[in-house]
Design a protein around this ligand. Structure first.
Ligand code: GLC
Length: 555
């Protein structure tokens, strides 16, 4: 059955870094409103806004102290309502971020829980007795250290899978769950189209709270071990959907990393818990369980394999949300293309692959102008809690400060969080004040203003890709067509076919810095898009230049 969101193109806004309307150095809701036309021009339909709720900002808004209000840094509820209204007037849809695995230690529920660790609110969290002088078990939090934090003057601990300022909410407690449903429905009533759902797989814990074998010198074990052992997340997610999203025909996209083998259909199949979930195949390539210092390079063939496997696995089940980057990752072009080869053609090529896959494209702010990783010169310039943890870990593992900062420059989440580069004026036109995070120095050459008018820019190419996705003639095949891998016998070529009934298109990306001659496996009908001015085709042979990507119609 067709859904309203199947043919949409989505865009993620990281509000703190998008556009600052009042000169305090922090992006805000009015800033977003003023850029809606820019996004409309690009072809965006759905906008996901990272958290703007009240928050102490220990984890940039992913630590919520009041779900019913807007943090004054970002504006007011009136601004939020105006944003909804202005989006609607442009046929655009707004998604908020739903962070319900945990809240902030400044949320009133948690304050009350601490005041009375035996009382009603204590049961909104996981509070457990320590084992002698030690925490209840040896799980490691995502941001390093134990998941348990001691409650002063007791031998009790509370659980936090993320930072200690982000206590986990007790989803076993029906009262808590219903409080959350109430809040979700309150927002949906306001006119939100849906949510991006944060860290949701973590809501189900292994309630035995027992040790697993340690996997590092700290004596702790990865939280993944616990997630593997926890059974029954599905019941919770099913109820969540029934009580909220389903009633509103909302679009939801889950941040799901560790679904169990063979369970994809439960998440995004017909009657799945969510409409969609992110495809993290590209993001997880080369990642080590030990930490960033141990990450490995990956080849184009590995990248191709990861994308193709995921497409094939998902095709008959549902629609994943395709990304090359987000606010938790380095910039996609920096992650997937060697620095010295990261030119506009390569950026366009990567964009074409991502936008033409089967699924819902999610563009992260700045991706459409080819923003790259930053060059942080020292850890002092970093704000992100997880980067600081990974930096320390790298130093502990024997890396020098210089080597550790190199790792940061490659993998830090702050690479994606530097302010949006609007133009070549001071601070890239992001703010008239002092930006909360350094602006990437390359803003004079990479910025939106210079690209909007330039028909050869990365921005214009993204616009063309989206236009093609939405064109009367090809939208059905691009949205609903099957995915079929092609030309896998060639190294460094990412090629695939999208086909529906008698319509067929083929995407061929020469993912390398050398030209390549390809034998076309199927008869060619016409060129739909190309990142070079011309294409050399002779009978069934095409010559592709460095990082050339072409989209062809074939018979
Ligand atoms: C998600 C968010 C990330 C945050 C974490 C904890 O992974 O995307 O930014 O740090 O959850 O809420």
């Amino acid at each position: 059955m067709k859904k309203w969101w199947h043919d949409k193109v989505a865009y993620q806004i990281y509000p703190k870094s998008f556009y600052d309307s009042n000169g305090d150095g922090i992006g805000d809701l009015r800033g977003i409103i003023s850029k809606l036309d820019y996004l409309k021009e690009l072809g965006i339909d759905i906008i996901w806004i990272s958290p703007v709720y009240c928050s102490p900002m220990v984890d940039q808004g992913y630590d919520i102290s009041d779900y019913y209000n807007i943090d004054p840094r970002f504006g007011t509820m009136d601004d939020m309502e105006e944003l909804l209204k202005e989006a609607k007037a442009r046929n655009m849809y707004i998604l908020m971020d739903l962070v319900i695995n945990h809240c902030s230690d400044q949320h009133e529920w948690f304050k009350k829980a601490l005041e009375d660790p035996e009382g009603e609110y204590a049961d909104y969290f996981y509070i457990r007795e320590g084992k002698g002088n030690k925490p209840p078990c040896n799980w490691r939090s995502y941001f390093g250290g134990s998941v348990w934090e001691k409650i002063p003057n007791t031998n009790k601990y509370y659980l936090h899978l993320f930072a200690k300022e982000q206590p986990d909410l007790n989803w076993e407690n029906p009262k808590l769950r219903h409080k959350l449903y109430e809040m979700i429905n309150w927002w949906l009533e306001k006119g939100l189209a849906g949510f991006r759902i944060d860290a949701i797989i973590n809501v189900k814990k292994d309630l035995r709270f027992e040790d697993f074998p340690a996997d590092m010198e700290d004596g702790l074990c990865s939280i993944d071990k616990m997630l593997e052992a926890a059974e029954g997340v599905g019941d919770m997610l099913y109820e969540l959907n029934e009580e909220t999203f389903k009633k509103y025909d909302a679009f939801t996209v889950g941040e799901v990393f560790n679904e169990k083998e063979g369970e994809l259909h439960k998440f995004i199949g017909k009657d799945g818990y969510f409409s969609s979930m992110f495809d993290f195949e590209i993001e997880t390539l080369g990642k080590s369980e030990k930490g960033w210092y141990d990450n490995k390079e990956f080849t184009t063939n590995e990248l191709r394999k990861a994308i193709f496997n995921s497409q094939l696995k998902t095709m008959d089940i549902g629609f994943k949300a395709n990304i090359i980057e987000n606010h938790d990752e380095p910039r996609g072009v920096s992650h997937c293309i060697k620095d010295e080869e990261c030119n506009d053609n390569a950026k366009k090529m990567l964009g074409a692959i991502s936008i033409m896959l089967r699924g819902i494209p999610f563009i992260y702010q700045g991706q459409e102008i080819g923003m790259t990783n930053n060059k942080f010169s020292s850890i002092e310039e970093i704000d992100d809690i997880s980067t600081i943890d990974q930096y320390k870990l790298a130093i502990k593992q024997g890396l020098s400060e210089k080597e550790a900062i190199k790792i940061v420059n490659k993998y830090s989440r702050d690479n994606a969080r530097t302010p949006f580069q609007w133009d070549n004026s001071d601070n890239a036109g992001f703010t008239t004040g002092r930006p909360w995070l350094v602006v990437n120095k390359n803003y004079e050459s990479i910025n939106a203003a210079s690209q909007i008018e330039d028909k050869d820019s990365v921005f214009s190419f993204y616009k063309e890709l989206i236009k093609l996705r939405k064109s009367e003639e090809f939208k059905e095949v691009i949205v609903y067509g099957k995915f079929r891998p092609m030309l896998e016998e060639y190294d460094n070529i990412v090629a695939f076919c999208r086909e529906l009934e008698d319509k067929k298109i083929m995407i061929i990306a020469n993912y390398q810095n050398e030209e390549q001659i390809i034998k076309l496996p199927e008869k060619f009908k016409g060129i739909l898009l190309n990142n070079y001015e011309s294409l050399e085709i002779e009978k069934d042979k095409v010559r592709l230049q460095e990082y050339e990507v072409v989209i062809l119609e074939i018979y």
